[in-house]
Design a protein around this ligand. Structure first.
Ligand code: F6P
Length: 405
């Protein structure tokens, strides 16, 4: 047994690339003479009962391109924390003490915590308790502010883009309107990137208020130009025009977003009397092999996490600022989420191509459009009244099965 040890765990919702991080960490650590312990089922494996495996050549061979995580993961469980000033949720001190003892007893010099904002908030509280942790940012949502890309995002976009490619052909054959709902929580990155890559005609994001009137306007405009089908991509976290989110109630936890796609498809059908179909892509976006980009990124994250431990930069999270890998205090990384800039280059490019964000008539100058005041201007008082009337009834209908907050 090596005298030097590090630990690694994967926490929260899974995503493609977790195994690549595990492999990258194991390989980089081994080069430096460390033994690498992998804790099972996220933070749960750290305490009562302590549950880990020793990573070795055998169990890390062939996992670079495998989805999921060989260590397993737990979303929330006993380790649920937040670190925001306003809404800090403290971890049970007994858990913190238990984890601290596990780490000391196993002689772990540094623990690599791979997770999204919630899991990194736990890591931050470990750090404050004196447990030597470093963070690796993971989420398909790409919504961590400190890093240009989280691994898993590119793979999720690839999956959504493939779905759009497939929907494109069937939409064209049947002259239908296809609505694709994608994940991303309160950030529209997956919808925006997949929408552009997959030739979406309308992209609806949490960051850009939209109206049914403008969505329908775009569909009719396409028809007038001879395109009898339309692809609409909507982010699960895009609020309805009335401002409400569609989410499932979950006692004591973050609301589970999802279900807006079928609602808007129904309303488009009602307004335009055109055939609409919806696909909710769901967890397909989280499964399967990581893309090449995610394999490279995840491997870099793993190797640089070991560097942070060697440098004793505990309480830091690895970041990617192309082309460099850097780090920031975890606290900074989890402080705010990174959302799509409604005036950013990707949105501008999409507008320049005629893609609608459901917020302005199609004949607007795409590059002149980008003024916050303009984006809030309603199409007409009549349209707004009509939208409000419908969405209220939609919201009422949805309350029985969905939490609208
Ligand atoms: O944060 C990643 C994510 O996939 C979100 O895009 C989605 O809203 C959520 O997790 C789904 O979580 P669960 O797997 O718990 O349903």
């Amino acid at each position: 047994m090596s005298s030097k040890r590090i630990g690694i765990l994967t926490s929260g919702g899974d995503c493609p690339g977790l195994n690549a991080v595990i492999r990258g960490t194991y390989k980089a650590a081994t080069q430096l003479g460390y033994e690498c312990l992998g804790f099972l089922k996220g933070y749960e494996g750290l305490y009562s009962p302590v549950n880990y495996i020793t990573l070795d050549r055998k169990n890390t061979t062939g996992i670079l391109n495998e989805g999921g995580t060989i260590l397993g993961s737990t979303n929330k469980g006993r380790f649920a924390a937040t670190v925001g000033v306003q809404d800090r949720v403290e971890l049970d001190p007994e858990l913190l003490e238990g984890v601290s003892q596990t780490v000391q007893q196993l002689g772990i010099e540094g623990l690599v915590c791979v997770g999204g904002d919630g899991s990194l908030a736990v890591a931050q509280q470990f750090h404050e308790y004196g447990i030597p942790v470093v963070g690796v940012p993971k989420t398909i949502d790409n919504d961590l502010s400190a890093t240009a890309f989280t691994f898993g995002f590119d793979s999720a976009v690839e999956c959504a883009t493939n779905a759009l490619d497939r929907l494109h052909t069937t939409a064209a054959s049947h002259e239908r309107i296809m609505v694709l709902e994608v994940m991303g929580r309160h950030a529209g990155w997956i919808a925006l990137h997949a929408g552009i890559a997959g030739g979406g005609d309308v992209i609806l994001l949490p960051e850009i208020p939209w109206t049914y009137d403008d969505v329908c306007h775009k569909i009719l405009d396409r028809e007038a130009k001879g395109k009898k089908f339309t692809l609409v991509v909507i982010a699960e976290g895009a609020p309805l025009p009335c401002g409400n989110l569609i989410a499932e109630e979950q006692a004591g936890a973050q609301a589970r977003l999802g279900g807006i796609g079928p609602l808007i498809a129904k309303e488009i059908e009602r307004r335009l009397h055109r055939e609409c179909r919806t696909v909710i892509l769901g967890h397909l976006q989280r499964g399967g092999a990581p893309t090449t980009f995610d394999r490279v990124l995840a491997t870099q994250y793993g190797a640089h996490a070991v560097r942070l431990i060697v440098e004793q930069k505990f309480g830091h999270m690895i970041t990617y600022s192309p082309p460099e890998m850097g780090s920031v205090p975890i606290m900074e990384a989890v402080n705010e989420i990174r959302t799509v800039d409604p005036h950013g280059a990707a949105v501008q490019a999409a507008r320049a191509l005629g893609i609608s964000f459901g917020d302005c008539p199609a004949d607007e100058n795409p590059f002149a459009f980008c003024h916050a005041d303009d984006s809030e201007a309603p199409a007409s008082a009549e349209d707004v009244a009509e939208d409000a009337e419908f969405t209220i009834s939609l919201c009422e209908a949805a309350t029985e099965e969905a939490l609208l907050d």
